[in-house]
Write a protein that binds this ligand. Structure first.
Ligand SMILES: O=c1ccn([C@@H]2O[C@H](COP(=O)(O)O)[C@@H](O)[C@H]2O)c(=O)[nH]1
Length: 238
C-alpha cells in the first residue's frame, strides 16, 4: 500500500472523537499521527485498532533522554510496528544512534524497522524565542539544518521541520532524506501556537515529503471538505 503524504494529527485525549473523525472519511486508509496526548490516554490498544483498519501510524512521542534510556525505550516501542517514530535531535548523536540500535534490536524478524526521524526545532518556536529565551545562537534555518545534519550523521531516516526549511535540508542531507513537516494551515485558518507555517500547496512546492495536519482538519466544521481541500492543494503544489 502506498503511504499518503498527508498525516492527520489525532490530537485527542480519548478514543471517541478519534473514531468520530475517522468515520467521516469512510473506508479510506489514512496516515495518522498519534502523539503524547492520545498515546498516554489510550496506549497500545488504540494503535492496534488503527492498524486493523489499515491506517499507517506516525507515533510522535519525541523521545529525549540519555542514550541508554532512549535506546531501551525504542527497543520496546519497535514491537508496536508503527511506520514512523521520532526523537529530539537536541539529544545529540549518541542518543540518536542508540535510538536506531534499539529500534533495530526490537523489530520483529521479517518486519521492517520503523522509519526514525528527529525533531529539529519545533514549528511553534520562532527565531526570536530560540535566540532570546532558549539562548541558541544563529539563524533558525541554520540551526535546523545543523540538527538535520546531526540526524543524518547518526543514521536516521529524516527529520521533522517546518516546510520553510525543506530546501536547505535537502541541499545539505540529500533529496532522499525525509522531511515530515507540521506547521500546516489552510489560508484563513488561525496560526494557534504555530510560528513557522505554510499552506499545503506551499509545502509541496518546497518539496516536503509528508505534511502533518491537525487543527486545519480536526477543528474544521467540515473535516472531510478540509481533507479534500488539502489533497487538492497538495496536488497543485507540484
Ligand atoms: O515541530 C513540531 C513537531 C510536532 N508537531 C505536531 O504536529 C501536530 C500539528 O498540529 P496542528 O494542529 O496542525 O498545529 C501536533 O500534533 C504537534 O504535536 C508540531 O506541530 N511541530
Amino acid at each position: 500500500m502506498s503511504k499518503s503524504p498527508i498525516i492527520i494529527a489525532l490530537d485527542y485525549s480519548d478514543e471517541k472523537p478519534v473514531w468520530e473523525l475517522l468515520n467521516q472519511f469512510g473506508d479510506e486508509q489514512l496516515f495518522v499521527k498519534v502523539g503524547m496526548e492520545l498515546y498516554y490516554s489510550c496506549g497500545n490498544s488504540l494503535l492496534s485498532k488503527l492498524k486493523e483498519k489499515g491506517h499507517n501510524i506516525f507515533l510522535d512521542l519525541k523521545l529525549h533522554d540519555i542514550p541508554n534510556t532512549v535506546g531501551r525505550a525504542m527497543q520496546s516501542l519497535a514491537r508496536l510496528e508503527v511506520d514512523i517514530i521520532n526523537v529530539h535531535a537536541a539529544g545529540g548523536c549518541l542518543m540518536m544512534e542508540r535510538a536506531l540500535e534499539g529500534l533495530e534490536k526490537g523489530t520483529l524478524s521479517g518486519k521492517d524497522r520503523p522509519t526514525c526521524i528527529a525533531v529539529t526545532q519545533l514549528t511553534s518556536t520562532s527565531e526570536n524565542v530560540m535566540q532570546e529565551e532558549l539562548k541558541v545562537n544563529g539563524k533558525i534555518e541554520d540551526i535546523v539544518v545543523h540538527y538535520a545534519s546531526l540526524a543524518k550523521r547518526s543514521g536516521l531516516d529524516g527529520v521533522v521541520s517546518s516546510p520553510l526549511e525543506v530546501p536547505l535540508i535537502k541541499e545539505a542531507c540529500g533529496s532522499s532524506f525525509l522531511t515530515v513537516t507540521p506547521g500546516i494551515r489552510l489560508a484563513g485558518d488561525s496560526k494557534d501556537d504555530q510560528q513557522r507555517i505554510t499552506t499545503p500547496k506551499e509545502a509541496r512546492s518546497l518539496e516536503s515529503d509528508f505534511i502533518v495536519v491537525g487543527r486545519s482538519i480536526t477543528a474544521s466544521v467540515d473535516p472531510l471538505l478540509a481533507l479534500q481541500t488539502i489533497k487538492k492543494e497538495w496536488s497543485e503544489g507540484l
